[in-house]
Design a protein around this ligand. Sequence first.
Ligand code: FPP
Length: 294
Amino acid sequence: MLRPEKPYVNFSMCSRNNRSQPHGNPGNNCVNVPESLKPSNRDEERLLRELDADRLPQHIAIIMDGNGRWAKKRHLPRVTGHRAGVQSARNVIETCARLNISALTLYAFSMENWRRPKAEIDFLMRLLREYLRKELPVIHRNNIRLLVIGRTDQLPDAVRADIERASELTAGNTGMKLAVALNYGGRAELVDAFNRILDCLRKNGPANAAVDEDMISQNLYTAGLPDPDLLIRTSGEMRVSNFLLWQIAYAEIYVTETLWPDFTRAQLYEALLDFQKRERRYGGLKESRQRITV
Ligand code: FPP
């Protein structure tokens, strides 16, 4: 996947004087696409040209759904879909890092996923370990910091050991933060945060201490990461499935019918372009509509 000998380059596709165009359409002046993002087909090329490198999301969160259906359509066992899903994850990680996205969070295993057959769970855990073993050196050389979020203490020992090794090795890296959600649940994360806050207040807080939003954010597993501004979900389900419940308060949601193993670099660009067309108001009003006439 990543080319270690070619460290990530600053992503500059358009000259500054093109930035005023609507929706970040950079016109014909798009040059300087890093070698590593050279489009592999016309679709990618067209989409890349339209992207505004100055208005990319800081943090992308992805619900990678549809591995099972992808396999079923091909009359293959479900686990084949998961294996194919790893390749999509690799592509997305590489592309986001090369686009200089600050953080990418991938929903790899939810707390609800323990309800699946044991053989599938075992396969997923093995796949994750295999991924870490193969990709860790490349991730590290590319300055990516790997974080695992979720109730990791409930994971099998061998998985925990691999996670610890990966987290320690990449702890000092300053590039993209890659958070893999494992044994993750959004409500459990909030419960854990509240209990940590209570613990701390009981020990050190004044009797009249109160909780505020910052305190909650700082006690989530994602403390230190910006909130996602784009949440992508593949395979068409219109649900957030207990993922980053607090953090996605203002995220733009992009749902595609594409099954996760079919999610390509071009489709990531489509999602980014869609994001750049949205008008983000955070509960306020668009500037031009702010005047109140009486
Ligand atoms: C959902 O498909 C996907 C998962 C349960 C997560 C597995 C993800 C991967 C294997 C990607 C690899 C990730 C990393 C970070 C290496 P599903 O089984 O729910 O599909 P279905 O809804 O079609 O049954």
